[in-house]
Write a protein that binds this ligand. Sequence first.
Ligand SMILES: [Zn+2]
Length: 58
Amino acid sequence: MDKRRCAVCGSPRVDAIINGLPYCFKCGSKLIRLHIVNFLHALKREKLIPSTVEIPEP
Ligand SMILES: [Zn+2]
């Protein structure tokens, strides 16, 4: 039983390893999207991008 499973939903179909954790395609893409949104929020906080830039909901 050393088969890797998605760290979020437990799916045996692992398509990506993010930060050392396995994820299926669905959870992996969701996580990446969340990371990008958080990153954009951080840029906005640091005033590295204008506050008029619209950030999509994750
Ligand atoms: Zn999953």
